[in-house]
Design a protein around this ligand. Structure first.
Ligand SMILES: [Fe+2]
Length: 253
């Protein structure tokens, strides 16, 4: 089976055409800016606009009377309950995307069987992780409802993370992306998952939400396993393709 590591018709490098590359270099040296200013002006505009203090969104007001009461009590203590709700909304959205991410990779998996043997995860392995990601969505939903929030609301942090990670789903859904490419996207997602839960545990602890700390710790433990598995599969596949079988035995954190 052809892999992206095989040599093809890639002519993007400058060395494929020495004559044109010299002309390109000359053009770059002789060329003039098409607009006034430069990097410093771009930096000025960025700073000016950042100082306007606009945000990507806002938190919804508490949907229930219970929610309003909870918000009022915690705010009196000087805490920001909406911050926790914002981060919970982020986690919920990301875990939901994680379910879709794994679904896309599971759908494509049979296409990557090489000579009847698969150097990487099996459907059952990915399905197990996917089920845990789905359970994590529910952990977030229950925590949001406990705080009187609306789990269906798109919070600003959820919005930011969706923008930051939109490439991951694109990689997983693109039929040209090989299993190792998809695992690379899953690895990025799992690294974010791991840090996301760690921060949520700290926040929940700070807010004295012991039940949440317990539920989040279990989710975090499961995410550690996901990360180790995806890392190992990816390294194994890359090493296998490189023909360096011995390195597979190397311990992975
Ligand atoms: Fe995960």
């Amino acid at each position: 089976m052809k892999t992206p590591n095989d040599t093809g018709m890639n002519r993007t490098g400058i060395q494929t055409s020495p004559i044109d590359s010299r002309a390109t270099e000359r053009g770059a040296e002789e060329g003039q800016s098409t607009s006034l200013g430069g990097e410093s002006r771009i930096a000025e505009v960025r700073l000016e606009m950042a100082r306007m203090g606009e945000t990507v969104g806002s938190m919804p007001p508490p949907a229930t009377v219970k929610g309003m009461a909870k918000t009022a009590v915690t705010m009196m203590k000087g805490e920001s309950p909406t911050l926790l709700l914002n981060k919970l909304g982020e986690r919920l959205a990301f875990e939901r995307s994680g379910v879709r991410l794994y679904e896309a990779v599971i759908d494509k998996l049979p296409a990557f069987t090489v000579d009847g043997a698969l150097a990487g995860p099996g459907v059952a392995d990915l399905r197990k992780i996917q089920e845990e990601e789905l359970r994590h969505v529910d952990v977030c939903r229950r925590a949001i409802e406990k705080l009187g929030g609306d789990p269906t609301a798109m919070t600003p942090a959820a919005d930011v993370t969706a923008v930051a990670t939109m490439g991951l789903l694109q990689v997983a859904c693109d039929p040209r992306m090989q299993l190792a490419d998809s695992l690379q996207a899953l690895l990025a997602a799992e690294l974010i998952d791991n840090d996301g839960w760690e921060l949520l545990i700290q926040l929940a602890r700070g807010f004295g939400q012991d039940e949440m700390v317990q539920a989040f710790t279990q989710a975090s433990d499961e995410e550690h396993v996901h990360l180790t598995l995806v890392r190992t599969w990816l390294a194994s596949m890359v090493m296998h393709e490189a023909g360096i079988e011995e390195a597979i035995a190397a311990p992975l954190a």
